[in-house]
Design a protein around this ligand. Structure first.
Ligand code: SF4
Length: 744
């Protein structure tokens, strides 16, 4: 859509471009306003059939990020200490990086180089693909990511339960009667591991249909506020779930025929569950036994029921067990691959097989060298990086290519990682900002923002509540010398003598003669050969990338409700049954039985959880004035009873201490917390090249994490034993009141 408008006496060429947001998994449709080649506004796209006019403040604020003067717009070379860079030409940067990585690869082997991919690149089809393909081109097994601070335990559970994790089931939320939300706050974070911006509406419609929505959370979140809240002591979700299952089995409310047909190991579990009646766990979880019984009975007898858990349950001491138990409820109540239950979504393109072919859909195929932590969905846990860099031996990481990531802030033990990064021979970061991690790099290479490249949503296509296809044109030209990640990675690989960053030798050979596959070329192939594709003209009415762009610029919804294929298609274990008593599950149950309740000694009477704020997305959106106004402050949330116990008033400066370290921040006294649990927003405490984010102060809660769940390599970020003390000093200026202090 093009038009011309007159502004302040001058005629400015203006256009409005349908596009979509790629900050979170809701993937909302937006209309971008471009004036004189500059992005000047974003608004919700009323014509987008997927998001139907919905978007949030973060999506609208991307205008400020795209135009942020703090963005990196030219290649930077390190010239001094951390954060000291000077501009350099692309040619010089690529030549030097290529030579350094080439010599590392030939002298110390491919295993001396790692690729690390953060969360934002996963939302770009090209960057998501090329990070992994770069790893394959180099020939290194070391592909790191941030899954370990997110959904690693969920991936592990699904792989062991169903024999694959390339295509993970989602809750059929639009047709269910009973929904148990545990460790998730979809009103703020929208859906995750599923794509639908209208989670609130779908949950409200369950109630309107006469059903019930239960929300288990230690905080009265926005989601808990609207539905039936079961406040729980942080980190005790596994005990609650065991008791729900105890009731379902003890009262013979389970779907006997379904269990016999599809599972093995039920009897073993029936015996184990007998030890967890609700009366035995209520003092630990804080959820009264009668309430547990009520929830269990409702889930088991509802016409359709589903349990949906996310980051809150994934990043606990028993994250894998939590995910397994959640799905046990779906399985034992017969709510697997049936309307309103947990279902494998219809997908227009074969992303599952592609993920398998690219060795992305793996669990425990590769282990870290020092601690032996497993990969999940192809990603090794970033918490292992410090020791992998600093421990000598074959496979020691000496070079890193990092794409859009900031694990010093978003992972555990950030100080240790920062120290280790300084020891690397070559550290190259592809990013839009100088952040707390890449300030230790030798080079920072400027990448495009989401509105400066063509893109699709294909990598998410098998998790839509309403299956859709969507593509976008480039909205504006990239500023300065920014380039797409796939282009940069191809250039680095070429300078290393590899031909390109494509995964297979034949593709790299073709790339040498200018016939390399591009991300959009790959997307077009996937769309055309998929279930909704035009099969290169053989299927009338089918889609291609060109057709999508020309005929459906707002995207297209392919099914209003999910068509369900037979369950047998999705159980890929050797005997085609779900192994309820898998040795890993029984091992985790044994570990729970041996555990000292929810952990921690007498010096740490409180439990800490992380929390997502509406105006934050991990760590990378804190330099927007709209999202980070001067009045916004970092603070823990603490219940009035706990506040009184430790002598803390609203606004006091406090120190939060765990076994792993301590941070100082402010206190916000609120009864939205369950007594005994505090919450701290993560992703703060900046000291990168973003002045507004730095000035906001705050701390990264992940500093306090000390534990890794070995079954999945997940970092334990929820239920951390802590103590809170009031500091006898007034709050300093904003940006100074919250600091990290030395690890005790
Ligand atoms: S909910 Fe907000 S951040 Fe997420 S995709 Fe929509 S507009 Fe973007």
């Amino acid at each position: 859509m093009y038009s011309c408008v007159r502004q302040r006496g001058a005629t400015v060429p203006t256009k409005e471009v349908p596009t979509f947001c790629r900050i979170c998994e809701a993937l909302c449709g937006l209309i971008a306003t471009v004036e004189d080649g500059r992005l000047t506004g974003l608004r919700a796209d009323q014509d987008d059939p997927h998001s139907k006019g919905f978007c949030c403040v973060k999506g609208l604020s991307m205008t400020q990020i795209v135009n942020d003067p703090s963005r990196v717009t030219t290649p930077l070379k390190r010239i001094g200490g951390p954060g000291e860079f000077a501009p350099v030409s692309w040619a010089e940067a690529i030549e030097d990086i290529g030579a350094r990585l080439k010599s590392l690869r030939s002298e110390s082997g491919p295993r001396s180089i790692a690729v690390h991919e953060g969360n934002p690149p996963y939302f770009s089809f090209g960057a998501a693909m090329w990070g992994k393909t770069m790893t394959m081109a180099i020939g290194t097994p070391w592909f790191y990511g941030v899954n370990s601070e997110d959904g690693a335990s969920r991936v592990a559970a699904f792989k062991l339960l169903y024999g694959h994790c390339a295509h993970m089931p989602i809750p059929d939320i639009r047709r269910t009667q009973a929904l148990l939300v545990i460790g998730a706050n979809p009103l703020v974070s929208k859906g995750s591991f599923l794509h639908d911006p209208h989670m609130r509406q779908h949950m409200e419609e369950i109630v309107e249909r006469g059903g019930r929505v239960f929300v288990v959370d230690p905080r009265r979140t926005a989601t808990a506020e609207l539905f039936e809240h079961l406040p729980i002591r942080a980190g005790t979700d596994a005990w609650f779930l065991l008791s729900v299952l105890n009731v379902i089995v003890a009262r013979r409310l389970y779907a006997q025929e379904f269990v016999e047909q599809w599972t093995t190991g039920f009897e073993e579990w029936a015996e184990e569950l007998a030890a967890f009646p609700p009366e035995a766990t209520e003092s630990l979880t804080g959820i009264p036994a009668a309430r547990v019984e009520e929830v269990a009975e409702y889930l088991a007898t509802a016409r359709a029921a589903v349990v949906y858990g996310r980051t809150g349950t994934c990043t606990q001491r028993f994250g894998t067990l939590n995910n397994v138990l959640q799905d046990f409820i779906n399985i034992l109540t017969g709510n697997l691959q049936r309307e309103g239950g947990m279902v494998w979504a219809w997908s227009p393109v074969a992303m599952g097989p592609i993920a398998e072919a690219m060795k992305l859909a793996t669990f425990d195929k590769v282990r870290t060298r020092v601690r032996g932590l497993p990969d999940t969905y192809g990603f090794l846990p970033s918490s292992a990086l410090p020791e992998e860099i600093q421990t000598p031996g074959d496979g020691q990481i000496r070079g890193i290519v990092m794409i859009g990531s900031n694990p010093v802030i978003t992972g555990p033990a950030g100080n240790k990682l920062a120290e280790a990064l300084e020891e690397l021979d070559t550290f190259v970061a592809l990013d839009i900002y100088v952040n707390e991690t890449n300030r230790h790099a030798h080079y920072i290479l400027p990448t495009t923002s989401m509105y400066e490249r063509e893109d699709t949503q294909l990598q998410f296509s098998n998790r839509y509540v309403r299956p859709a296809l969507r593509a976008t044109q480039k909205v504006v030209e990239p500023p300065g010398e920014c380039r797409e990640e796939s282009v940069i990675l191809n250039d680095i690989a070429r300078a290393m003598g590899l031909g390109s960053a494509h995964p297979y030798a034949i593709q790299r050979l073709l790339a040498r003669v200018g016939l390399g596959m591009t991300p959009m070329g790959m997307a077009n192939l996937l769309i055309r050969t998929g279930k909704a594709g035009d099969l290169f003209g053989l299927r009338r009415g089918g889609w291609s990338l060109k057709k999508l762009n020309e005929r459906a610029p707002h995207g297209v919804v392919l099914h209003e409700y999910l068509p369900l294929a037979p369950l047998k298609k999705f159980i890929k274990t050797p005997d085609k049954k779900i192994p309820l008593a898998h040795p890993t599950f029984m091992g985790e149950l044994e570990r729970l039985k041996q555990a000292d309740g929810d952990g921690g000694g007498s010096g740490y009477p409180l439990r800490m959880v992380g929390m997502r704020e509406m105006t934050s997305h991990n760590s990378w959106m804190h330099n927007s004035a709209r999202l980070m106004p001067a009045t916004r402050e970092h603070a823990i949330r603490i219940h009035p009873v706990d506040a009184e116990t430790v002598g803390v008033r609203n606004g006091d400066v406090v120190r939060v201490t765990s076994d792993g370290g301590a941070v100082e921040t402010k206190a916000l006294v609120t009864d939205e917390m369950t007594p005994g649990t505090i919450a701290m927003p993560h992703g703060w405490g900046h000291r990168g090249g973003w002045q507004r984010a730095n000035a906001a102060g705050g701390a990264t809660s992940n500093t306090l994490s000390t534990e890794v769940e070995n079954a999945s390599g997940s970092t334990v970020l929820n239920g951390i034993p802590v103590r809170v003390e009031r500091l006898d000093r007034a709050a300093g200026a904003r940006g100074q009141q919250s600091i990290e202090v030395a690890v005790p």
